[in-house]
Ligand binder design. Sequence first.
Ligand SMILES: [Zn+2]
Length: 235
Amino acid sequence: MRRERRRGGPVLLAGLGGFALGAATVLFVVWVYGVHPAGAPPPLPGVSPPRGAAPGEAPPAAAPGGGANRTGPPGGEAAPPPAVGSDVDALGRRHLLLPVQGLRREQLRDSFSEGRAGHLHEALDIMAARNTPVMAVEDGRLAKLFFSAQGGNTIYQFDPSETYAYYYAHLERYADGLHEGDRLRRGQVIGYVGTSGNAPPESPHLHFAIFRLTADKQWWRGTALDPFLVFTQPQ
Ligand SMILES: [Zn+2]
């Protein structure tokens, strides 16, 4: 009895010490890496989608669906239809091209549900060397070239049926000769990976989002869909 109690003290203390050390480590990791899961690249403060309105435009209205706040001129306030799994399935069947040259599907990591400053990310971050070509994921109209404080140089492309929009952000620059209204072809180089907007200078990446447009097809509004799920649908 006594011996057990004597042994119990140090064991208990060691246990508490170990727990404290573990807790401190966890707190440190959380402090450094934010809410990102273990094994994830460092958080990218500034990989948020754009929120700033263009000069002369009214204050942005938050896009439905939380974090994928794309911004633009004011418009109708009608709520978009809710996103459904069938959207992901439908897009998956199109076998969209991966938007960064040389990228393999196995390299993708889902970052759709991660937290970003004050909102959900609702997009896919694809790390790549600066100036790696960015390609259109399928055919469709270039709806908007837009510069915002957060997204930097961005492109909004509609799919051929104008049901969905593809959003490419933090581009180093646009491809030469690109204009709004262009009919883009799948695989066409439309820009280059960079850090424009609020992307960290040491972390060039493409911020890529997909959203279902509302009935009035405004380029900045819609319901976010997870690109990772679209790209990793069984082929
Ligand atoms: Zn991002």
